[in-house]
Design a protein around this ligand. Structure first.
Ligand code: C2O
Ligand code: CU
Length: 551
């Protein structure tokens, strides 16, 4: 196994990913940042220098389980203190499995500002994967707003609530195209800027490609398709899946897939690769890349108009796609057949003292000034509420998920769930109506530090007696991010086998920002002494050893 060293400078720069110029967070001058390419078992060392001038930062390695290094998970408020401007933090971790992953900012709403990139992990030399392809291609999908992340964050957290609204553009590999004639007066928009010329996926006729797709969207669920080409799904979140052919793929924020695509269409022309918003009423134009058959000129547009995607509100077909994905035969790791504990997490939109929030079992998460992992290791019992977080919601029997709650008020909380090391935990996510009648949206839930088995999905209210009998305990897919469909439930199981403190949250940036998350702890007593570099905030201001500037 090898060690890969990176030195990254994180800073704001003026960028025009969709032709409209705004401040974006870059790594070494680019957004998306550099793609990390390595093999399973390799070690990654990233020396990250915060050059944001006026803002803290932290970077999370999404899908990497951080075995033995829970303090390097990069989750501000949970596993580390933020990296202050001018400071350098060294992330060091091992790639525990092959697959498609990514990294992104995990402080405030910095992911929305452009701080993200791909991680591509190959199998070790000599290991053969259960499918064949000629070459790899990868794309990372995002949604993009023209106002600043500050405006978004302040709008969301003001008494005079301002919603972020739908994104102006969708980006494929950091490139989109805004119609500059719609730009506000004073907005700098230039359709001939090379930064916003479409991403090109070049293929050779007859060859088969493994297209790795990751979604880091802040809000949007997306539907991806390549005009005229079938896609065979073979990997999801770093786990092999039973090959499954689709014309289009629904992908939620936080998910990754590999699909096999054969360049088997008329080679004399190019094709559109298109993303469209689903699950929310779309106002954002289709995001486009060009699937370029070599040797055609890459920028020659395909002769027909791009697809505008399936109906945005076709929940049923998205639900069915979730159901259809199974673990790959021969690679199935069956889940433990029973669990030690089951918790139910009701997702609701609420008010607290007049502020708009999201809550889980009526508690809206406020991250403490002392990150959980640090508070637990240093016994700072005042850092967060020590009473256990609620394992279900009040009046579970009578709660009507199809209507706004009778009492929409919730409370702030900082309690966590503590599981015995190596115990097996079931989590039932339950969706419900939002504050507005007849509205329920898709929430993609992401668990740090683990893969979980997806035991089942349902539409409607979970029945604790009959629904567990329908759990798939034979070949469920393992994932780290899973959709919770509108008015539905999703059940998952995981083994609490990774000592540390781990965030579990909705991957919609504004939802987590407004409290839609919880924290799990297991085996924290087995975590060795934390490096001083993660300390220095909250109750640990004095614990940080002085370091030389920049080091
Ligand atoms: Cu990709 Cu906690 O997130
Ligand atoms: Cu959400």
């Amino acid at each position: 196994a090898k060690t890969h060293h990176y030195k990254w400078a994180v800073r704001y720069e003026f960028k025009s990913p969709d032709c409209y110029e705004k401040l974006a967070i870059t790594i070494d001058g680019t957004t998306p940042g550099p793609t990390i390419m390595a093999r399973q078992g390799d070690t990654i060392v990233v020396e990250l220098k915060n050059e944001l001038q006026m803002e803290n930062v932290a970077v999370h390695w999404h899908g990497i389980r951080m075995f033995g290094t829970p303090w390097n998970d990069g989750t501000e408020g949970v596993t580390q203190c933020p990296i202050v401007p001018g400071d350098t933090f060294v992330y060091r971790f091992t790639l525990d499995k092959p697959g498609t992953f990514f990294y992104h900012g995990h402080y405030g709403m910095q992911r929305s500002a452009g701080l993200y990139g791909l991680i591509q992990v190959s199998v070790p030399n000599g290991v053969v994967e259960p499918f064949l392809y000629d070459e790899d291609r990868s794309i990372i999908l995002n949604d993009w707003w023209h106002n600043s992340t500050y405006e978004q964050a302040i709008g969301l957290s003001s008494l005079n609530f301002r919603w972020v609204n739908e994104p102006e553009s969708l980006l494929i590999q950091g490139r989109g195209r805004f119609n500059c004639s719609l730009a506000e007066f004073g907005g700098k928009c230039n359709q001939t800027n090379a930064e916003c010329s479409p991403h090109i996926i070049t293929v050779v006729p007859g060859k088969t490609y493994r297209l790795r797709i990751a979604s880091v969207t802040s809000l949007s669920a997306l539907n991806f398709e390549i005009e005229g080409h079938n896609m065979t799904i073979v990997e999801a979140d770093g786990n092999y899946v039973e090959p499954f052919v689709v014309k289009n793929l629904n992908i939620y924020s936080g998910e990754t897939y590999s699909v096999l695509v054969k360049a088997d269409q008329d080679p004399s022309r190019n094709y559109w690769a298109a993303i469209n918003v689903v699950s929310r009423k779309r106002t954002t134009p289709t995001g486009l890349a060009i699937f370029n058959y070599s040797p055609n000129p890459p920028l020659t547009p395909p002769p027909i108009a791009p697809s505008t995607g399936p109906p945005w509100n076709d929940t049923f077909s998205r639900f069915n796609q979730s159901l259809a994905i199974k673990a790959r035969k021969g690679y199935t790791v069956p889940p433990p057949q029973t669990s030690d504990k089951s918790i139910t997490l009701l997702n609701t939109q609420n008010k607290i003292d007049g502020y708009n929030r999201w809550a889980v079992n009526n508690v809206s998460l406020l991250l403490p000034a002392t990150p959980y992992l640090i508070a637990l290791k240093w016994n700072k019992t005042n850092a967060f509420n020590q009473s256990p977080a609620p394992e279900t919601y009040d009046d579970y029997q009578n709660y009507d998920i199809h209507n706004p709650a009778a009492n929409i008020n919730a409370t702030y909380g900082s309690s966590i769930y503590r599981f015995p090391f190596n115990s097996t935990v079931d989590v039932v996510l339950q969706n419900a109506n939002m504050m507005k009648p007849n509205n329920s949206e898709t929430h993609p839930w992401h668990l740090h530090g683990h893969d979980f088995w997806v035991l089942g999905y349902g539409l409607g209210k979970f029945d604790p007696v009959s629904d567990p009998m329908k759990y798939n305990l034979v070949d469920p897919i393992r994932k780290n991010t899973v959709p919770l469909h509108p008015y539905g439930w999703t059940a998952l199981r995981f083994r609490a086998d990774n000592p540390g403190a781990w965030a579990f949250h909705c991957h919609i940036e504004s939802h987590f920002f407004l409290g839609m998350g919880v924290v799990f702890e297991e085996g924290v007593e087995m975590v060795p002494r934390l490096p001083t570099s993660v300390l220095g905030c909250g109750d640990t201001k004095r614990l940080r050893m002085p370091v030389k500037s920049g080091g």
